[in-house]
Design a protein around this ligand. Structure first.
Ligand code: 2PG
Ligand code: MG
Length: 431
C-alpha cells in the first residue's frame, strides 16, 4: 500500500514567546512500511478578532487559566476517529475534523487542537513523499509558482503588543526595492539596528514589544514613521524606493462606544480617516491593516473607495481568514488584501481555500504569524507556495526570525526568485 495511513497523534504543551502554553501536535504516518513523523506548534494571538475560531483554554488555576490540557485530550479523541485511515487528502482529513467538532467556530474540540492535527498530518504526509512542504502544498493550491515573499517587518510595536502610548499596533518596514530575498533581509536587519541607535540617541528605550520591534515611549504614529524614515535613510537606503512602511492599526482594539480612542480622545471614523490621509501624504505607506473596527463595514467601504488604488488595505480582524467574511468583502468592494492566519480559521485546507478565494478575486494575501509565537516555521512554506507577502514581526528574536531564516534556507537551497511583482502593486503610489 503506497497511500499514507495515520498511525498515531501525540499532543504536548510547550511554551510560546509570551510564556503561555500552547499545543505541539506530532503526527505519525505510515507509508510503504516506514513511519514518518512531523509536528506543528500552534501560535496564539493577543489582538484577536471577535469572529476567530475558538482557541480552547482550560480556564483553571494552572497557567493563569491558559492551560491546554483539554485541547490535548481532544487530540486523543481525534486519534480514535482517524486511526488507520488514509490521510493523503487534506480536504478529506479536515472535513472529518470539522465534522467531529460539529460547531461553527471549532469551540467543541478547540481550533488549537484541530489546527495542530490538520497541519501536523499534512507535514508528515509531505515527509513520507520526501518533498518539501512548500512543494507538497501545490497538490492543493494548484499553484506551482514559487516565490520568496516580501516580508513586512514590525520594527515599532504599539497597541496591545507593547507597554507604550502608541495606539496603532504595528509599524513595519517593507523591503520592496531589492533584487533577492537575502539582500532584503540583510538591509532590514541593518535598518533595525540603526533604529535602535537612533532611539538610544534620543533617550528612548530600546526594549522590545511582543513582536520584537522596539516599544519606545512615544505616542504619535507620525513620530514612529519619522523615526523609521530616519533609520532607513541613515542606513543608506531610500524610503519610497528601497523601503516602504506598512501599518497595522488594529483599530478594533481601541473602538469603544462607537468611537475610536485616539491619543486618549474619542474620535469618529472621519477624523481617523484624516489621520490616515496625512500619513499617506507624508510617508511612503505601502499598506494599512485594520484601519477600522471589525464591524464598521461602512467606514471600511468609504476608505477602500478612496485609497484602493494607492495602498493595500488589509483585512485581518475584519476577515479572520474566514471564507464567508472574505466573500462579503469581495462582494462589497471592501479592502483589497487579506491577512491569513491559520489559527483564525483552524484548518490547513480552509486556510488554503481562503487564500485561493482572495487570489482569484485580485486580493493580495499576506501570510501572518501571531503575536504569541514559537520556533515553528511552517508559515514560511505556505507563503512561498501561494502568497507573495509574509508578516512575521521584527528581524529579531528567534520566534520571529525562525520564519525569515527558513525562507533564507529556501532561498539558498532552491534558488527561488524574490517576488518582484510586488513593484506592480506599488507602481500606483510612485506615479
Ligand atoms: C495582528 C497579529 C500579528 P495578534 O494583529 O496582525 O501581528 O497580532 O496575533 O495579536 O492578533
Ligand atoms: Mg492585525
Amino acid at each position: 500500500m503506497f497511500r499514507p495511513v495515520l498511525k498515531d497523534l501525540k499532543a504536548i504543551w510547550v511554551l510560546d514567546s509570551r510564556s503561555n502554553p500552547t499545543l505541539e501536535v506530532f503526527a505519525y504516518v505510515q507509508r510503504k512500511g516506514n513511519i514518518y513523523i512531523d509536528s506543528f506548534i500552534v501560535p496564539s494571538g493577543a489582538s484577536t478578532g471577535e469572529f476567530e475560531a475558538l482557541e480552547l483554554r482550560d480556564n483553571e488555576k494552572d497557567f493563569h487559566g491558559k492551560g491546554v490540557s483539554k485541547a490535548i485530550k481532544n487530540v486523543s479523541f481525534i486519534l480514535d476517529h482517524l486511526f488507520n485511515t488514509y490521510v493523503d487528502d487534506i480536504f478529506e482529513v479536515d472535513r472529518k475534523l470539522i465534522e467531529l467538532d460539529g460547531s461553527k467556530n471549532k469551540s467543541n474540540l478547540g481550533a488549537n487542537a484541530i489546527l495542530g492535527v490538520s497541519v501536523a498530518i499534512a507535514k508528515a504526509v509531505a515527509k513520507s513523499y520526501d518533498i518539501p512542504f512548500f512543494k507538497y502544498l501545490s497538490f492543493w493550491t494548484k499553484s506551482y509558482d514559487y516565490y520568496l515573499p516580501v516580508p513586512m517587518m514590525n520594527i515599532i510595536n504599539g497597541g496591545v503588543h507593547a507597554d507604550n502610548d502608541l495606539d496603532f499596533q504595528e509599524f513595519m518596514i517593507v523591503p520592496l526595492g531589492f533584487d533577492n530575498f537575502s539582500n532584503a533581509i540583510k538591509a532590514s536587519s541593518e535598518v533595525y539596528n540603526t533604529l535602535k541607535k537612533i532611539l538610544k540617541e534620543n533617550g528612548l528605550s530600546t526594549s522590545v514589544g511582543d513582536e520584537g520591534g522596539f516599544a519606545p515611549k512615544i505616542d504619535s504614529p507620525f513620530k514612529a514613521c519619522e523615526f523609521i524614515i530616519t533609520a532607513i535613510e541613515k542606513t543608506g537606503y531610500k524610503a519610497g524606493k528601497d523601503f516602504f512602511i506598512s501599518l497595522d492599526v488594529a483599530a478594533s482594539s481601541f473602538f469603544k462606544n462607537n468611537k475610536y480612542i485616539y491619543s486618549k480622545n474619542p474620535v469618529d471614523y472621519k477624523e481617523l480617516m484624516n489621520i490616515y490621509e496625512k500619513l499617506i501624504l507624508n510617508y511612503p505607506i505601502f499598506s494599512i491593516e485594520d484601519p477600522f473596527d471589525e464591524n464598521d463595514w461602512d467606514s471600511w467601504k468609504e476608505f477602500t473607495n478612496k485609497y484602493k488604488s494607492k495602498i493595500l488595505i488589509v483585512g485581518d480582524d475584519l476577515f479572520v481568514t474566514n471564507i464567508e467574511r472574505i466573500e462579503k468583502g469581495i462582494n462589497n468592494n471592501i479592502a483589497n488584501a487579506v491577512l491569513i492566519k491559520l489559527n483564525q480559521i483552524g484548518t490547513l485546507s480552509e486556510t488554503i481555500k481562503a487564500i485561493s478565494l482572495a487570489n482569484a478575486n485580485g486580493y493580495k494575501t499576506i501570510i501572518s504569524h501571531r503575536s504569541g509565537e514559537t520556533e515553528d516555521n511552517t508559515i514560511s512554506h505556505i507563503a512561498v507556495n501561494n502568497s507573495y507577502f509574509i508578516k512575521s514581526g521584527a528581524p529579531a528574536r528567534s520566534e520571529r526570525n525562525s520564519k525569515y531564516n527558513e525562507l533564507l534556507r529556501i532561498y539558498n537551497f532552491y534558488n527561488l526568485n524574490y517576488y518582484s511583482q510586488a513593484y506592480k502593486t506599488i507602481s500606483i503610489i510612485q506615479n
